[in-house]
Design a protein around this ligand. Structure first.
Ligand code: GLN
Length: 287
């Protein structure tokens, strides 16, 4: 049997395998480090400080196995079981969408609409891992955040994240869109499924491993937006806000859909890549 490799040698070997597999959007060095750090139960900085340490056989076996699974396409976040969002370490499983950096724009816009010094009620529809609800709850301790998901498995992940982050101001509801919620909300936010069922994008990269129901509402890519906007209109206080994340080509259609339903101050915001990503509206009424 050959001598144990050093962490540096092990990492290099893994990065070569990952580089050769050429997953689209992959970054072999970063992914190799995340997988090795996970197997050793350390942070990435440790790998540099201990590059000349010998890797024990358990770590080698763990790393080689995860590198192979990643080379075969599985998302890194599902292999490590973790993804950072809004600086919060979140647990993720294949039952939830992997939180995306673009979604932080939705959180930013939500916080701009939520004063920190008042008791406010916020709803996150289709919470998945709980990313949006927990980010808002962490920034607005006085807010009561209601998180809804139709998937019991997703809700279990979101609840576990709330527990691990000790965020007690989030209430979880199983159910479809807004239906489990009773009224008087200040803000409703959602990153709903919005990819059309026949979009070839669904057959690429990490999306192949993510829950279909979190990505696509079916043939009609606007179905979830319509259902959530309907439900939100009946539950928001007068002047209450609605925020939707959507696909970068969907801004115009989401604006029209909201305007047709009578929403006011409908406006779309661009993400860091300059793409239309979040549309906001306000419920008509005397606020
Ligand atoms: N933004 C994701 C993607 O296209 C989709 C997320 C969603 O459907 N809410 O990769």
């Amino acid at each position: 049997m050959s001598a144990s490799p050093t962490l540096r040698q092990l990492l290099l070997r893994g990065c070569e395998t990952l580089g050769a597999a050429a997953n689209p959007d992959a970054s072999p060095r970063l992914e190799g480090e995340l997988l090795l750090a996970h197997c050793l139960d350390v942070d990435r900085a440790y790998l540099y400080a201990h590059a000349d340490d010998l890797a024990d056989p358990t770590a080698v076996a763990c790393f080689d196995k995860l590198v192979q699974r990643r080379a075969d396409g599985e998302p890194v976040a599902y292999l490590t079981g973790e993804q950072e969002f809004w600086s919060l370490p979140l647990r993720v499983t294949p039952s939830v969408l992997i939180p995306r950096p673009e979604t932080e724009l939705l959180v930013e816009l939500a916080l701009a609409r939520l004063p920190g010094d008042q008791d406010i009620r916020v709803a996150d529809i289709g919470t998945g891992s709980g990313a949006i609800a927990l980010a808002i709850a962490s920034e607005r301790p006085r807010a009561e955040v209601h998180a809804v998901d139709v998937s019991a498995d997703a809700l279990a992940v979101a609840r576990e994240n709330a527990r691990r982050l000790a965020l007690g101001n989030v209430i979880f509801h199983p159910g479809s869109w807004c239906t489990p919620l009773a009224g008087d909300f200040d803000l409703v936010v959602s990153n709903p499924p919005y990819v059309r069922a026949d979009d070839p994008h669904l057959g690429t990269g990490d999306l192949r491993f993510e829950p279909r129901a979190a990505l696509t509402p079916g043939e009609d890519e606007y179905l979830a937006f319509r259902a959530i906007a309907d439900g939100a209109a009946a539950r928001l206080l007068p002047g209450g806000g609605l925020l939707f994340e959507h696909g970068f080509r969907q801004g115009e259609a989401v604006r029209s859909l909201l305007e047709e339903q009578g929403w006011k101050d409908v406006e779309t915001f661009r993400d860091l890549a300059g793409l239309e990503r979040v549309t906001a509206g306000r419920k008509p009424g005397d606020a």
